[in-house]
Design a protein around this ligand. Sequence first.
Ligand code: C2O
Ligand code: CU
Ligand code: CU
Length: 492
Amino acid sequence: MTTPLRRRQVLGLGLAGLGTAVVGPLLWDRVQHSAARAQPAGATRLGSVGGVADLELVASATPGRLPGGPATLLTYNGRSPGPLLEVNAGDQVRLLLRNDLQEPTNLHFHGLHIPPTGSGDNVFLTVPPGGSFSYEFTLAKDHPAGLFYVHPHHHGHSADQVFGGLGGALVVRGNLDRIPEVAAASESVLVLKDFASADGTAEAGMGMGMERMLGREGPLLTVNGELNPGLAIPSGGLLRLRLLNASNARIYRLALEGHRMVLIATDGGAIATPEALDELLLAPGERADVLVQGNQTPGSYRLLNLPYQRSGHMGMGQVADAPQTLATLNYAGSVAPLPLPKTLIPVAALPQPERTRRFSLAHAMGMGMGGMQHGMGGGGMGGGGMGFVINGQPFDPDRIDTRVSLSSTEDWLIVNDDVMDHPFHLHVNPFQVISRAGRPEAQRRWKDTLQVKAGEEVRIRVTFKDFTGRTVYHCHNLDHEDLGLMGVLQID
Ligand code: C2O
Ligand code: CU
Ligand code: CU
């Protein structure tokens, strides 16, 4: 079964040619492309062959086109989003990053359970302009199958580079893909990303400092670099939508007209029992895997982004008052009805925690405020002296904020003491949500990024497995991260 993406308007594609950025589709079909094949420059998909993934990403600023005029886009291999990377659990991965930007960059393998040190998921590395670095690691044979996210993570540049277009999806194939009902579904990876308009406008009517404080959102809502692409489903068919929020700061509230979305995986992990949803909130860095059944009257149905208020403060974080169309599901043809899976993959309970820590997330404004006096020197404050703090302190790469022991289990209380949402993200080890605002979670699920609303308190549980070393946790509103909302975790 194929999942053709009908092209409506492809950003940048009009000028496609030598040296022109292509913002374009990376929808692909598993059946059609399952054979190993060469990886030409400009390929929309790069994969592994015989257990080895030999990949290359070139980061560059490329002239392209957005609705409204020419614009410079930041791309991997000339594309935004970058090529879809597809590997298998157990694969050896070598990924050469070449930096053709005018500023430092690096890579982060968001959600992968790999070492945070050396040539692994090491976000403390700098790849200077003109430089390159070979990331090398092996995925465990039992690495969860799921949708992951590759993006730049050089502190102080993360938001600019992601907002400008850098980032892409990484699929790890494994256990979840072998469940017969899941395997029978056709599949589309949808990278959700907003762009500034061609003249660089993010949110109108706000100074740059305020834009960054809220986290920049752009008015152009794209799916795989396209405005309102079509998704085909036959009557009776099953479509697996693999959603990645690769936006700098935008929180999506997704709904599919006439259809429920049946959740099968959250972030990088399958859940135990499918769960039908009317809407789905997806904060930056979060992923969700849903099945859609083609069981409605044949026609066209919009995938919508519903209004969402990301700040509890009057006038901050403006909300579009009408739903915005992201993509359109179109019925085409019919097949014998495909069933939904009844069960997926068990999610084991984590051991009882050895200790509980509290992380208070907040913003700090101006020089005089508590916690900011120490931070102004080194914490990467911008935006006119505004910044963000965890337990009163802005990020300092030379300070270890949290030390944990390998193989231990801890509860972390993530307390949003702020007037805006902060999606909390931990590298290397996935966690489980124990309770939200005191209410226990209904179903255990693996998460690595978690929306924490203004004023909310969430208890998560994590076991620090397999890898020692230094890594980070932070807000995945990347402007907030660059403005200090990040801490250093040392696993000994
Ligand atoms: Cu996707 Cu540390 O980030
Ligand atoms: Cu990450
Ligand atoms: Cu934040």
